[in-house]
Ligand binder design. Sequence first.
Ligand code: 1CP
Length: 351
Amino acid sequence: MTPLARRAFLAACRGEEHDTVPVWFMRQAGRSLPEYRAIRERHDFEEVVRTPELAAEVTLQPVRRYGVDAAILFSDIVTPVASLGIGLEIRPGVGPVVDEPFRRPADLARLRELEPEEDLPYVLETVRLLVAELDIPLIGFAGAPFTVASYLIEGGPSKTYDRTKALMFSDEPTWHRLMERLAGITLASLRAQVREGAAAVQLFDSWAGALTPADYERYVLPHSRHVLTELADAGVPMIHFGVGTGELLGLMADAGADVVGVDWRVPLDVARARIPEGVGTQGNLDAAAVLAPWEVVEARVRDVLHRSGGRRDHVFNLGHGVLPTTEPDVLARVVELVHREGRTDGTVGDG
Ligand code: 1CP
């Protein structure tokens, strides 16, 4: 890869000039790769995260295969809160599960401040190993306060977030105190990753799309804004992503992001019109589209590129994470196609 291509991802995040549209995939490491499954046969998920050599290896696997423009640290959005000893584990095939979910004001006491050097030394060591090894930027990440709160309150994955909303609507002071603590944990984790060399960060508010714009603005935005504005000093691009957030895109930009992640439901040009100038976009190929015959994949990739309009502030990605049944060779071909046809014309749009 040429030096110019190496800087394409960071340049796009900042809306600076570069030639080729950069591309990476959310959840590019993990179950779709046979080499990841081989490691998981011998080590459970948390062991991989806690062993820097393994976590670094798993982060590098998709970089070698796909020729993507950025790597993303292998860890999880609940890793920082889990390190505080709150009784949270990641169950295979399920996701994060909490023994005693957070439901009462007294549960706040279970969340002390995060001290990354003591609580997450293995994550920081993984970042150091990766920064020494990679010739592309490493993306650090964290869960946004709302999405992490949803796991703590529901006790596991949810489709409706009813208990989370019940707490939000019925005890607003406790809700805000919980969100403040989680924002502090998120911020400490991101700052530490950047200090060790992460060149960009992504804030995953994956489940924020469950909220109306008014509820997002009142209960969530102040806390995500706190994280992003406090982190702005660190000087690295910040991507803010959620699923089903078509109605929230403007607010998510307003929280202080440099780039807003767009899921597959909103055509990229429509999403663009909802995001203020000066803030870039990331996305938004349907993750299921890559399961189709190549002609279909190719047409869908070209559609995203067409809708991005040659703007220099777009990062190509899926609309959500890589699905476990994805054929790795197809993603490699997507990267090639984006690099071949995704030319920026140097503009950032008409205004
Ligand atoms: O069995 C296994 O191997 C564990 C599966 C797995 C993996 C590979 C989990 C459990 N987490 C991860 C890694 C992970 N998670 C990464 C690094 C890999 C990469 O991106 O290449 C990242 C960035 C995450 C982030 C994450 N975890 C999010 C935000 C991204 C998204 O998809 O919206 C969320 C919501 C989680 C929670 C989580 N952790 C694991 C699962 C299965 C889930 C989702 C559960 C649910 O549906 O609620």
